[in-house]
Write a protein that binds this ligand. Structure first.
Ligand code: SAM
Length: 295
């Protein structure tokens, strides 16, 4: 299987000062560090994911950075300035004590991803106007709300019992007369077949923040990413660096089906970056026929 066309051909991968391959990937206009060197990388299966987590934990030292730097999880509402609007994201801190409930409050990587999208659109690295966006595990909904304010047609999704707070946040924060995009809330359990309107047509972007936090959920998450994406879909995932083995497990699985690139911290919003948060762009590999592949 070859993956060359996911990497922008007009800007072939080049080695940076650290010997890593940087290239454009999917519809994100910035350059990303291709894991495993991209399609022509020299790593054996599994080695590239291990090398990536070793690099992140060794150089970025996430555990030294302050957790919850941008959120206040004990508050009933979190104020965020984005796209010229003052957003008020309602939270339900008391729900956090329920086992398995994580989306009732905001997490740092959600703020980092939301503000990254705003910054990337402002700096013309990303175009969301009129694009179909599906957000996975939306939680309180900040990322989806910012995407809609940036002009996207967004579907925010989460587990069935998480949708009430999510809907309230969408209604509260997206009621402006001059809304550029739109937002709807829908149930989507990873691993289940998505409703037709989620995949017909396939989204231009799939977004997720802090959705890689349990090894047990990786298989279902991967299934959903595969169902929601075509080779023209750009997936952007941000996550908090809490556990290297879970991230390695996810990246190892992802690299079988997707070209994966890490967004450098320098491309994050200047006021919203953290050593604890990493961001990846994924684009589905193109299966070439044996003849095209030169076999
Ligand atoms: C850590 S929270 C992150 C919430 C939000 N994206 C943020 O960054 O603030 C993880 C989210 O994934 C959702 N989630 C977990 N497992 C899921 C599954 N199997 N199917 C769909 N959503 C799931 C949770 O309900 C929760 O909203």
């Amino acid at each position: 299987m070859a993956a060359a066309s996911a990497v922008r051909t007009e800007e072939p991968g080049e080695d940076d000062d650290d010997g890593e391959t940087v290239a454009g990937l999917g519809s994100y206009g910035g350059k990303v560090r291709l894991l495993g060197g991209g399609a022509g990388g020299c790593y054996e299966d599994g080695e590239a994911a291990a090398a990536e987590t070793m690099l992140l934990w060794g150089i970025q030292q996430p555990t030294l950075a302050r957790p919850n730097a941008f959120v206040a999880q004990s508050s009933l509402a979190l104020a965020v300035e984005a796209c010229g609007h003052s957003l008020s994201i309602l939270q339900s801190p008391s729900s956090l004590i329920t086992p398995g409930v994580t989306g009732s409050v905001m997490w740092d990587s959600g703020i980092v991803l939301g503000k990254f999208l705003e910054h990337a659109v402002d700096s013309r690295m990303l175009l969301l106007q009129g694009k179909k966006v599906v957000e996975l595990g939306s939680g309180c909904g900040l990322v989806g709300c910012i995407s809609a304010l940036l002009g996207a047609q967004v579907v925010l999704t989460d587990l069935p019992d998480r949708l009430r707070l999510l809907r309230k946040n969408v209604e509260t924060n997206l009621k402006h007369d001059n809304m550029r995009g739109s937002a709807v809330v829908k149930e989507l359990i990873w691993g289940d077949d998505p409703d037709r309107d989620l995949i017909e047509p396939l989204p231009d972007y799939v977004l997720g923040s802090d959705v890689i936090y349990s090894e047990g959920a990786v298989e279902d998450l991967m299934e959903t990413l595969l169902q929601l994406s075509g080779t023209q879909t750009t997936i952007i995932l941000a996550g908090e660096l809490r556990n290297d083995s879970i991230l390695e497990y996810f990246l190892d699985a992802a690299m079988k089906y997707f070209v994966v690139g890490r967004v450098d911290q320098a491309q994050f919003h200047p006021d919203y970056h953290s050593q604890r948060v990493a961001m990846y762009v994924l684009v589905k590999k193109v299966k070439l026929t044996e003849t095209e592949d030169g076999l």
